[in-house]
Design a protein around this ligand. Structure first.
Ligand code: SAM
Length: 250
């Protein structure tokens, strides 16, 4: 007998940003396989659920993703073939840099029924909870979401919209250098949001040029918003709380 796997987005880390559907399915599950990015509040909630197997399957720093993915696939298959309801819980939305395609392909090839449950992505949650709209009639007609792990390819995507770089906290300097090489105005505004939506969220305002010159040590998870739209957030920034913002333009 085959059970079912739910691939569920947990949102950006704030417990109240977990969807009602995710909450219901987590309560109904037999087994929960969760990632590091789900954050402490949600992890605490998972640990409080009774009568379930709750298994951490997050990648450790420096660990190769493929090996970990094989182990996750093995666990999903094992429990589903035992007839269990399995939740594969991921940070943010599973469709945004979340290996969703790989996991669906694996489940499909193994005839395991599955359903995907979207989550609130850090793409919108971190900027919007820092007073940064993603679109604006004058300051940004659209936005791009890219990976900071592929800094050289950024030039394929540069335009006049807002750019959101995920996984760029540790590569921020490289991202900025490549953007300048690709022709972006070095004075373009930047906001780096660490732990967006968590209680200790922090926003650093800067420019592309300053990112290349100041040594920052951003706490994970962090994402970078690049574009004129960041100016708006500065105007409202004191509402976030002064202890939670830094203005580092040099
Ligand atoms: C592998 S990607 C997964 C993205 C996730 N699926 C989503 O929709 O948010 C991980 C990156 O998402 C960003 N991220 C996730 N949660 C965040 C948060 N609470 N605050 C800021 N950035 C976050 C960081 O850039 C991090 O390196």
């Amino acid at each position: 007998m085959s059970g079912k796997v739910y691939i569920v987005g947990a949102g950006p880390g704030n417990f109240e940003l977990l969807t009602l559907k995710a909450y219901r399915i987590l309560n109904e599950a037999d087994v929960i396989l969760y990632d590091r990015l789900v954050g402490e509040e949600i992890e605490e909630f998972l640990r409080s659920l009774k009568g379930k197997e709750v298994i951490y399957v997050g990648k450790e720093r420096g660990e190769r993703g493929e090996k970990r993915q094989q182990e996750i696939n093995r666990l999903m298959k094992k429990y589903a073939t035992e007839g269990k309801v399995v939740v594969r819980l991921k940070g943010g939305d599973p469709g945004v840099f979340g290996r969703l395609a790989e996991e669906m392909e694996f489940l499909f090839n193994n005839n395991i029924p599955f359903e995907v449950v979207p989550g609130v992505s850090s793409v919108n949650a971190a900027p919007v909870s820092s007073n940064i709209p993603l679109t604006h009639p004058e300051a940004g007609f659209g936005f791009l979401v890219v990976s900071g792990r592929d800094t050289v390819r950024l030039n394929e995507l540069i335009g006049s919209g807002t750019m959101i770089v995920l996984m760029g906290g540790c590569t921020a300097k490289e991202v900025a250098l490549n953007l300048i090489k690709s022709g972006i105005n070095p004075e373009t505004e930047v906001a780096v949001i660490e732990r967006g939506s968590f209680k200790d969220q922090r926003v650093t305002f800067s420019t592309v040029k300053s990112l290349t010159e100041v040594e920052f040590d951003f706490k994970s998870p962090a994402l970078i918003v690049i574009g004129d739209i960041v100016k708006l957030a500065k105007k409202y920034s004191r509402l976030i709380g002064l202890d939670k913002i830094r203005d580092r333009k040099i």
